[in-house]
Design a protein around this ligand. Structure first.
Ligand code: NAD
Length: 494
């Protein structure tokens, strides 16, 4: 299905205390990557407006904290049903602003709904516990909300990445401040409307449109106790430093340079599809996209795999199978990166620079899948996050050489191996310097209840952003020790 791009300019507003209202700052335009048309505009949120929205959220949060989790969960259940009812409409909107194709837009929302279902299940999971620790004395722990929490999100998943945290944070009793990417603010209004319709009390979900200044005002507000962030490494580090310097807990997920290790014994069909789809899906604009292919073994044994990957990537039609790049500046950056790799000695097996824009979308931001062979370890194409449909092949003698290259990159999001040998797969799993590893899976995103998060320069802070390992970030653990009756055998707990 082709993406329905809005034919008018949408006024992207803040959502504060249950109402849509305009920001009071700089005006920012939103352009569709598909055809360059102006699909939205908004006014950023200045510090005074941010402060007021957060003050109001704090008042709402105090009441929400006293609502039993079972009742909070009912709102989340309604929210789920509304998202499922409106899925196609939301998918079209998020695609039109982020450049994804329709299926990718829908898949992102479905993954977001899985997180929502995990949050709905929290009411029946281990969210506390009590043990008699000595005669007449019991200890228990209770999960309590942190208070007002904030989340800052990137352009590439306008619904899924926010949905990683919204349902969990709200179900645990927090108020939630969301600053969407200034490139993709349209989807945030749909999510806000859905939460309002679901019955979420006013003030618990405040959406503040803006960019750097708005983010800084949010982090600086003393009532914001926890800050989640997903975006590039440079900004993740800046957000982490600013938040932690103010004594807050911060979990900031950054960029990536993901490797796939391809062994000669891999299933050719699985490898061809899995590797090609990993670097071309979402036009390479996802933090789990493969970016470097470490081909182990001699050329004769691995050639069939390379041919399959090239054939699959070559067959993709721009505009339907593969979407657009977020900005024209990013297309220029990607084309220059290909040129630099070529100048440094890489052989171009598939050249996306020559791709033709789909009919009627000539003003959009297009580049085709690109496969670079014989890339040198340590070169820019091998180490820098490009964030486009480009994969760099590095030839390796054995797994040890491949993993030495993988380990040398500063990022640590994902690494996959394609093989039919379990022992070799296990070797890669153990040696990978990443938070997430895949075996015969090109995009190894953990599914609920398993949590999402990298290591090294792909994550600043402790814990993960979704799943079981996110609960301690979005809540506080209160430890309670209780004795009701005096005991005869007094001990140190008396
Ligand atoms: P970005 O870092 O440019 O922007 C992310 C957010 O930070 C946006 O909301 C933006 O408004 C805000 N921001 C921008 N400059 C800021 C500043 N100086 N101070 C404070 N906030 C600022 O990222 P992007 O281009 O929107 O997204 C792509 C990047 O996100 C890629 O690097 C990708 O790998 C990464 N990403 C990572 C994950 C992950 O889970 N690790 C997931 C998705 C995307």
């Amino acid at each position: 299905m082709s993406v329905k791009i809005p034919n008018k300019t949408i006024n992207c507003q803040n959502f504060i205390n249950g109402e849509f209202t305009n920001g009071d700052g700089e005006k920012i335009k939103v352009v569709s990557p598909f055809n360059g048309s102006l699909i939205g505009e908004f006014s950023s949120s200045n510090r005074n407006l941010v402060n007021k929205a957060i003050d109001d959220a704090q008042i709402a949060q105090r009441l929400w904290a006293d609502v039993p989790m079972k009742e909070r969960t009912k709102v989340m259940f309604n929210f789920r049903n509304i998202l499922i009812r409106d899925m196609d409409e939301i998918a079209h909107l998020k695609c039109s602003e982020s450049g994804k194709n329709f299926d990718e837009g829908k898949a992102g929302l479905i993954k977001g709904i899985e997180v929502l279902e995990f949050a709905i299940a929290l009411q029946n999971m281990d969210i506390g516990g009590r043990v008699e620790v000595s005669r007449g004395v019991s200890c228990e722990y209770r999960r309590e909300p942190v208070g007002v929490v904030a989340n800052i999100t990137p352009f590439n998943f306008p619904a899924m990445v926010p949905m990683w945290t919204i349902p969990i944070a709200l179900t645990l009793g927090n108020a939630y401040i969301w600053k969407p990417s200034e490139k993709t603010p349209l989807t945030s209004m749909k999510i806000a409307s859905a939460l309002k319709e679901a019955g979420l009390p006013n003030g618990l979900f405040q959406v503040l449109q803006g960019s750097k200044d708005t983010v800084e005002a949010i982090i600086d507000h003393p009532s914001v106790k926890a800050v989640g962030f997903v975006g590039s490494t440079k900004i993740a580090k800046a957000v982490y430093d600013r938040g932690t310097a103010a004594g807050k807990r911060v979990l900031a997920l950054g960029g990536a340079k993901n490797h796939i290790v391809l062994l000669p014994d891999a299933n050719p069909e699985m490898a061809g599809v899995g590797i090609s789809d990993s670097f071309t899906g979402c036009a390479g604009q996802r933090c789990m996209a493969a970016s470097v292919l470490l081909v182990v073994g001699n050329a004769k044994d691995t050639e069939k795999h390379i041919e399959n990957i090239v054939a699959r990537a070559r067959s993709l039609k721009l505009g339907s199978d593969m979407g657009a790049i977020i900005t024209k500046a990013q297309v220029t950056f990607l084309k220059e990166a290909i040129g630099k790799a070529e100048a440094a000695g890489a052989k171009i097996l598939l050249d996306g620079r020559k791709a033709v824009a789909p009919a009627g979308m000539e003003e959009g931001n297009w580049i085709g899948p690109t496969i670079l062979d014989n890339v040198q370890p340590g070169s820019e194409a091998a180490t820098i996050e490009l964030f486009g449909p480009i994969i760099s092949i590095i030839r390796c003698i054995d797994i040890s050489e491949a993993m030495k290259i993988e380990n040398s990159v500063t990022y640590g999001n994902a690494c996959s191996v394609f093989t039919s040998n379990g022992a070799l797969a296990e070797k890669v799993i153990k040696m990978a310097s990443t938070g997430m590893v895949g075996v015969n899976v090109g995009v190894p995103v953990p599914r609920e209840p398993f949590s999402f998060g990298g290591v090294n320069a792909s994550k600043f802070g402790h814990g993960d952003i979704t799943g079981q390992h996110s609960l301690d970030f979005w809540s506080n653990i209160k430890k309670v020790t209780v004795k009701w009756e005096k005991q005869n055998d007094n001990n140190w707990m008396s």
